[in-house]
Design a protein around this ligand. Structure first.
Ligand SMILES: Nc1ncnc2c1ncn2[C@@H]1O[C@H](COP(=O)(O)OP(=O)(O)OP(=O)(O)O)[C@@H](O)[C@H]1O
Length: 375
C-alpha cells in the first residue's frame, strides 16, 4: 500500500527549470499514466520519484514520509526501463535473483519470490534460459520480474514497451494489465507515448506540457471533457478538429456562433457565459463527425475530400474546408465509397461539439469553475 503525494515539485538542470511546481496526489493501488509531448518532463518526474534525480524543491511524500533525501533503494520503489538491461551471462532466474542476493535475502526467500514472479509473468519454462534465447517481449517480462521480486510499494515504468514490435506490444500490454490485477495494492506509474496504452491501462492519466500538468482525470474524462485545447488535441487519435470563430449574438437560451469557414452554429446558452464578440474555437472529434450526404445539401459544414486512408473497418477522410488552413479529418465507416474532390456536408451532435475560449480553456470547465466559485 502506498499513497504518493507530490507537492510543488520543481526540478532544474543548472538554470533550466524542467518541472515547474508539480502537485499530484496518487492513491494507493492506482495505475497512473503520464503522457505529454517529448521533452515535457515525464521521465524527469518519474526518475525524481525513484530517487535517480534530486528534486530542486518541493515535497515528495510516500505514505506520509518525506522521501526527498531517502536513498533510491530505501524508497520501496522498483523501476522498469525501456531498455531491459538484463545481464547477458545470467539465466532468467539469476537475473531476477541477483538484486535480492546482493541485498542479502536468504536463498529460500529468493526461491519463493522468483517462482511467484515467474507464475505471474508466465516465465516458469524459461528460468534456465539466457536472455539471448528470449524474444523481446519475454526479456521485458524478465525485467518486470526483476522489479516484482523486490516487493515494491510503488512500481514505475518508463516506456517499457517502446522497443517491442506492434504484436508484442499488445501482448505485453495485456500482461501489464494482468500484473496490475494480481498486485492490486501496488501503486503504478507508467510513462508512455502510446495513446492506446494510456487509455487502456490507466485509472487516471496525467497530461503534461512544458513541465506543468495540464489535466488529471480518468481516460474517459480526458476524452469527453478535455479542460483545454491542448488536452483536447493531445488525447484521441486522429486529433480533434479545431475551427475558429466568434460569438455573434445571443437570444433566449441560444448563443449564435459564426465560424471562419462561414458556417453559423447555434449552441445552447448553458454552454457558457459566452459574450458577444468573444473569439472562440470549436472542437469536434473525427469519430464524432457524421457525413450527412455526399451531395452539397443539408445542414452543417461543407468541404472537399483531399485524401482518403482506408484502415479496414474505417476510413479517414482529409477534408479541405474553406476558410480553414487545417484539414478537417473525418473517421467514417468503410462501407461507403468517397473519392478525391467529392464535396461533402458533415455535422456533429451538440454534446460532441467542444467550445474553447480565446485562451484555449474549455467553456464547460469555465462554467463549472464559475459555479464552484459562486457556492
Ligand atoms: N541530465 C539532464 N541535464 C540537462 N537537461 C536535461 C537532463 N535530463 C533531461 N533534461 C531536459 O529536461 C527536459 C525534460 O526531459 P525528460 O526526459 O523528462 O522529458 P520527457 O517528457 O520524458 O521526454 P520523452 O518523451 O522524449 O522521453 C528536456 O528538455 C531535456 O532535454
Amino acid at each position: 500500500m502506498a499513497d504518493l503525494t507530490l507537492r510543488n515539485i520543481r526540478k532544474s538542470y543548472a538554470d533550466f527549470e524542467v518541472l515547474h511546481g508539480i502537485d499530484l496526489d496518487i492513491k494507493s493501488g492506482e495505475f497512473i499514466v503520464f503522457v505529454g509531448p517529448s521533452g515535457c518532463g515525464k521521465s524527469t518526474l518519474l526518475r525524481s520519484i525513484a530517487g535517480l534525480e534530486t528534486v530542486t524543491s518541493g515535497d515528495l511524500v510516500i505514505d506520509g514520509e518525506r522521501m526527498n533525501t531517502v536513498a533510491p533503494s530505501k524508497r520501496g520503489i522498483s523501476m522498469v526501463f525501456q531498455s531491459y538491461a538484463l545481464y547477458p551471462h545470467m539465466t532468467v532466474y539469476e537475473n531476477m535473483a541477483f538484486g535480492l542476493r546482493i541485498a542479502g535475502v536468504s536463498k529460500a526467500e529468493i526461491e519463493v519470490r522468483v517462482q511467484r514472479a515467474a507464475v505471474i509473468l508466465q516465465l516458469g519454462n524459461y528460468l534456465k534460459r539466457l536472455p539471448k534465447a528470449l524474444s523481446g517481449g519475454q526479456r521485458q517480462r524478465v525485467a518486470i520480474g526483476r522489479a516484482i521480486v523486490r516487493n515494491p510499494r510503488v512500481f514505475l515504468f518508463d516506456e517499457p514497451l517502446s522497443n517491442l514490435d506492434a504484436a508484442l506490444r499488445v501482448a505485453t500490454r495485456i500482461e501489464i494489465a494482468k500484473l496490475k490485477q494480481s498486485m492490486p495494492a501496488v501503486t503504478m506509474i507508467y510513462v508512455t507515448h502510446d495513446q492506446v496504452e494510456a487509455m487502456t491501462l490507466a485509472d487516471r492519466i496525467v497530461v503534461f506540457k512544458d513541465g506543468s500538468i495540464e489535466q488529471v482525470g480518468t481516460p474517459l474524462e480526458l476524452y469527453k471533457r478535455p479542460a483545454n485545447l491542448f488536452v483536447a488535441q493531445f488525447i484521441g487519435s486522429p486529433a480533434m478538429n479545431i475551427l475558429e470563430g466568434t460569438v455573434v449574438g445571443k437570444s433566449e437560451g441560444v448563443t449564435h456562433l459564426m465560424l471562419e469557414c462561414g458556417t453559423a452554429l447555434d449552441v445552447s446558452a448553458d454552454r457558457g457565459a459566452l459574450s458577444v464578440g468573444e473569439r472562440i474555437s470549436i472542437g469536434i472529434r473525427p469519430e464524432n463527425t457524421q457525413i450527412t450526404t455526399s451531395r452539397a445539401s443539408g445542414p452543417g459544414l461543407t468541404g472537399t475530400v483531399d485524401l482518403i486512408e482506408h484502415l479496414g473497418e474505417v476510413q479517414i477522410l482529409y477534408v479541405d474546408v474553406a476558410g480553414s488552413a487545417q484539414k478537417y479529418l473525418i473517421k467514417a465507416a468503410d462501407d461507403r465509397a468517397y473519392a478525391r474532390m467529392d464535396t461533402i456536408r458533415f455535422t456533429a451532435r451538440a454534446p460532441d461539439i467542444h467550445i474553447f475560449d480565446a485562451k484555449g480553456c474549455s467553456i464547460a470547465r469555465r462554467v463549472l469553475e464559475a459555479h464552484a466559485l459562486e457556492q
